[in-house]
Design a protein around this ligand. Sequence first.
Ligand code: MD5
Ligand code: FE
Length: 206
Amino acid sequence: NTIEIAPDAYLLKGFLLGQVEPLLAALFEVIAQAPLRHMETPGGYAMSVAMTNCGDWGWVTDNKGYRYSAVDPMTQRPWPMMPALFKQLSENAAEKVGFSHFDPDACLVNRYGVGAKMSLHQDKDEADFSQPIVSFSLGLPTIFDFGGKTRKSPRQAVPLEHGDVLVWGGRSRLNYHGVRQIKSGVHPQLGAYRFNLTFRRSQPKK
Ligand code: MD5
Ligand code: FE
């Protein structure tokens, strides 16, 4: 059940549904080692989304800006290892839509409570735009706004549900996008939250 929503952008409906239990067990292990926290934007606001990371590199933001860091600024320790199941499922999803050499070195964990959102932005802090981004949706549903190359481009509203995977590469890699406010609800496994795991290649490949 693969839907092409734009050039090189695919929605894999329910891709994770057979693996949710081990996926959540691995996710909670990561969070136990590197707690979720509301990072600060360079403009001085706390993000409504709580974040942590696993893998060799983690995306962080603070009053100095956005960047990838090899250590968790909260503990000064390396981020937890990327669980093998995360890596395997993200590579399988990329492979399924034709990206055969996806080798993520970063996994950002986003936790959205009711009312949280992510404003329209581009992902451009990575060194290698030739590799796709793979994103897993778990828990409460939302609407993803998928735009174009400029802030003003028309946007497509894409419903995202528990178990869905998005893969963005090539011609859609730098498109503007955002996540609409989470509506109140209760998910049987995740309660009043939406979790998103975003896999990226942040550093150049040697
Ligand atoms: C989310 N997270 O649901 C989204 C999924 C983020 C973020 O946007 O930066 O943490 S990632 C969706 C994405 C990534 C790269 C390109 C495009 C979408 N796109 O071209 O639309 O929490
Ligand atoms: Fe993004």
